[in-house]
Design a protein around this ligand. Structure first.
Ligand SMILES: *[C@@H]1O[C@H](CO)[C@@H](O)[C@H](O)[C@H]1NC(C)=O
Ligand SMILES: *[C@@H]1O[C@H](CO)[C@@H](O)[C@H](O)[C@H]1NC(C)=O
Ligand SMILES: *[C@@H]1O[C@H](CO)[C@@H](O)[C@H](O)[C@H]1NC(C)=O
Length: 347
């Protein structure tokens, strides 16, 4: 079994996500056109081989990082110890797209979706990912969106927040959460909302004295129910993990992603083709962890991935690495987009 953890649970997660697409009115013509587009896509991405040697780590490891699944922990506690900085491929977040000409890199960690593999030597690439119960993943995405956006409230107004931030970023040439999918959409959305609510409150607002539910503080922040019912959340969050695994996010390297994505949102029953592709993809991965089963997932990661990296590269590396400063380097493909410290420049 390539997948160390319950196939059933993994599929349940995908099913739960695919059930959230929005139903919209449609004509029969449009349905037929969409069905053709989605089926055509599904056929074209169907992998020919049966993934026979999927258990063997190939030359390149692509850690497909689904936001809010705990991937950072794997990055810091495993991958940073298993790979040297030089082995890590240059950062590949959106605008700073993956550079396949980089000669010796063997590790890619990215929020970029599966379509990134079209830029990689596919036969020599192993893919790993971590899935999380979609409800928890959505809560966590909301919380992180609010947290990052709220850091901008130190500025007197939205204009000033935007100006100051872009000035600092241009100067430091740092990677900001605002450069990285999906935060580049979710954070500005929430930021605008936070400022609007602050402006509406005026200067002398006193915090409401009634007992508050942190997910429904309307005078301060967009309530959770409003956030999760927005079409942006449907596309980027609810269906985000499935779209990442199938390479259909709106950050995709595949030109047809837009059409397929919109077709399945318009005609939810076509989502079954996307789901099938997602299942096949997971099936061919070297490893799929589950956030909920952290301990078992971490142990299996060590066995399935860690042990192979070590045996392929010589176990001595661990000792060598020990002597190096473990701080974030500017070259890293994972500049901790979800790490508080790296967002300090935005404060
Ligand atoms: C925003 O704040 C800056 C800095 O205090 C100020 O110069 C500017 O006039 C403000 N802009 C608006 C639209 O209030
Ligand atoms: C808030 O305070 C500032 C200065 O402290 C003042 O210029 C502004 O008019 C006040 N706004 C409101 C809505 O009371
Ligand atoms: C991706 O989705 C967001 C949210 O719906 C949207 O604002 C943005 O324009 C989209 N980007 C692209 C490249 O389609």
């Amino acid at each position: 079994m390539a997948r160390p953890l319950g196939l059933g649970l993994a599929l349940a997660l995908l099913l739960a996500m695919s059930a959230t697409v929005l139903p919209l009115a449609s004509s029969a013509d449009d349905y037929a056109r969409c069905e053709g587009a989605v089926k055509g896509w599904a056929d074209s991405v169907g992998e020919g081989d049966n993934g026979g040697d999927k258990l063997n780590l190939k030359d390149l490891l692509f850690f497909l990082h689904i936001p809010r699944t705990g991937g950072r922990t794997y990055f810091h506690c495993f991958l940073k110890k298993l790979y040297t900085n030089a082995q890590e491929c240059p950062r590949s977040y959106d605008k700073l797209r993956f550079d396949p000409s980089h000669p010796d890199c063997t590790l890619v960690v990215s929020h970029d979706d599966y379509s990134l593999t079209s830029k990689l030597p596919r036969e020599r690439t192993s893919v790993v990912t971590i899935l999380r119960n979609p409800v928890d993943r959505v809560f966590s995405t909301y919380e992180f969106s609010v947290e990052v956006a709220a850091r901008f409230l130190v500025h007197p107004n939205l204009t000033s927040a935007k100006t100051m931030t872009s000035r600092v970023l241009t100067k430091s040439r740092a990677v900001s959460t605002l450069d990285i999918w999906p935060w580049k959409y979710l954070v500005p959305w929430m930021r605008e909302d936070l400022f609007a609510r602050r402006d509406a409150r005026g200067n002398d607002s006193v915090p409401s004295s009634k007992k508050i539910n942190a997910y429904d503080v309307e005078d301060m922040v967009m309530p959770l129910h409003q956030y999760i019912n927005d079409p942006v959340a449907h596309e980027i969050i609810h269906n985000g993990a499935t779209f990442q695994i199938t390479g259909l996010t709106n950050n995709s390297y595949f030109n047809g992603a837009h059409e397929v994505r919109h077709c399945v949102r318009k005609h939810p029953d076509l989502g079954r083709f996307v789901l099938q592709v997602a299942k096949n993809r997971l099936d061919r991965m070297l490893y799929v962890g589950l956030t909920e089963d952290h301990e078992e997932s971490a142990r299996l990661f060590a066995h399935m991935v860690g042990a192979q990296v070590l045996s392929q590269s010589g176990a001595l590396k661990l000792d060598v690495q020990e002597d190096q400063p473990s701080g974030t380097d500017s070259h890293s493909s994972m500049l901790d987009p979800e790490d508080e410290e790296t967002n300090e420049h935005m404060e």
